[in-house]
Design a protein around this ligand. Structure first.
Ligand code: GLU
Length: 426
């Protein structure tokens, strides 16, 4: 197992040779065994419904032409239109997108919203591209995949390195082919029919669920020590939420490496430092730490909020956190899961922990279809209702069947999708 020990960008942390599809396949199998699914149903549920790979040629600002590769995988549309984000990252490849699409199927089923699962991505490095190049890339990609998108077919959303502006371009490009269609994509700017509360939703959901779990464990969030890997959209909003609840942020890592302070990081001062210097690194009172070492720090709650496969058999034994809340998708490999379960670490699995984002995407879609908009308090209250219910279902299932939370979550999800598949008939 390759293990890098450099102050490498958070996004280069995943153990090499890891295929995230192994994670979804393993977890699906545990659930399918538990439910006693037959071979035909297993085959139906584990094969992606539709996959598209497109060439995306883009004229760069220097006049040269670059060809990018883009993907959209629809894993399942059995419970509703396929739903899931689009990421821009150099490591995007088809198996990664397949795994992430499948994870969306289980995620939407756990929170019981009427969607299937999808994911898309383009292999590119946003850090080297201008806004104009990103716009051209997004529009060209959208025009190439628009035939398989649509409000009742497949609805993209933000994911790693994509944001409301990129969703606005997708909405505009899709609408230029099909007419005004705000429900074709979620995570849009509020000015273009985006939902209030969507931008913060994933991070808020992570905070809400960690709080619930810690209360269940008899440890209120106030004073709980947290280590956070990833300081993008999810990470920053989770940090804000956890800070608001009185948790102590001990270490934070982003693309360029981590910062660590055993006494806790003052978040508002950190944001001010980031605003003036453009980075979190060098924040006074903290010491630098690599993203690998950061994962192994002493803490109550570890929040991986970057790429998949960062917790693997090479480092799981050394992880000291008592709770891991998976803000990222698929951060833990099956081997790491087994080691951590044996150690008694409680894992709040990704398919539940980060489901706040897609839940508020669902509200955005509903608001777009009805052309009736909700206040932010209403959005947040409804999100907490849905997440709270899903959390209770997962905890109850885990307790009654004496299984880890991940296995319980996948069991509930696979059961729901299998039932829907059966009812629809094959
Ligand atoms: N990309 C996010 C996720 O992984 C959000 C997906 C969505 O809102 O459709 O859950």
């Amino acid at each position: 197992m390759a293990e890098t020990k450099t102050i490498a960008p958070a996004q280069s942390v995943p153990a090499k040779h890891e295929n995230p599809r192994r994670i979804t396949a393993h977890n699906f199998q545990l659930a399918a065994d538990r439910l006693g699914l037959d071979a035909e149903m297993r085959m139906l549920l584990s094969t992606p419904f539709r996959e598209m790979r497109v060439e995306v040629p883009v004229r760069l600002d220097d006049g040269s032409l670059k060809v990018f590769l883009g993907y959209r995988v629809q894993h399942s549309g059995v419970r509703g239109p396929a739903k899931g984000g689009i990421r821009f990252h150099p490591s995007v490849e088809v198996d990664e997108v397949r795994a992430l699409a499948e994870a969306m199927t289980w995620k939407t089923a756990i929170v019981n919203i009427p969607f299937g699962g999808a994911k898309g991505g383009i292999a590119c490095d946003v850090h080297t591209m201008s806004q104009r190049e990103l716009e051209r890339l997004t529009r060209r990609f959208t025009s190439r995949i628009q035939a398989i998108l649509g409000p009742y077919r497949d609805i993209p959303a933000p994911d790693m390195n994509t944001n409301a502006q990129i969703m606005a371009w997708i909405f505009d490009e899709y609408s230029s082919h099909h007419g005004y269609t705000p429900a074709c994509v979620t995570g849009k700017p509020v000015e273009l029919g985006g939902s209030k509360g969507r931008e913060a939703a994933t991070g808020n959901g992570v905070t809400f669920l960690i709080k619930k779990l810690m209360e269940e464990l008899g440890k209120p969030l106030k004073g709980v020590s947290v280590v956070l890997q990833g300081f993008g959209n999810v990470g920053t909003f989770a940090a804000r939420g956890l800070d608001r609840e009185g948790a102590k942020l001990r270490a934070i890592g982003d693309y360029y490496g981590g910062i660590y302070s055993p006494n806790g990081i003052n978040l508002s001062d950190l944001f001010a430092h980031q605003k003036s210097t453009g980075k979190i690194q060098g924040f006074p009172g903290t010491q630098p730490i690599s993203n690998d070492d950061l994962l192994e720090l002493e803490c109550d709650v570890l929040v991986p909020g970057a790429l998949e496969c960062v917790i693997h058999r090479g480092n799981a034994e050394r992880i000291k956190a008592k709770v891991i809340a998976e803000a990222a998708n698929l951060p833990t490999t099956p081997e790491a899961d087994e080691i951590l379960n044996k150690k008694g670490v409680i894992i709040l699995p990704d398919v539940l922990a980060n489901a706040g984002g897609v839940t508020v995407s669902y509200f955005e879609w509903v608001q777009n279809l009805q052309q009736l908009f909700w206040e932010e308090d209403h959005v947040n209250a409804e999100m907490e209702k849905i997440l709270g219910k899903a959390y209770r279902n997962v905890i109850d299932r885990a307790q009654s069947e004496k299984i880890p939370l991940r296995e319980a979550a996948y069991t509930i999800a696979v059961e729901r999708v299998a039932k829907a598949e059966k009812l629809r008939g094959t």
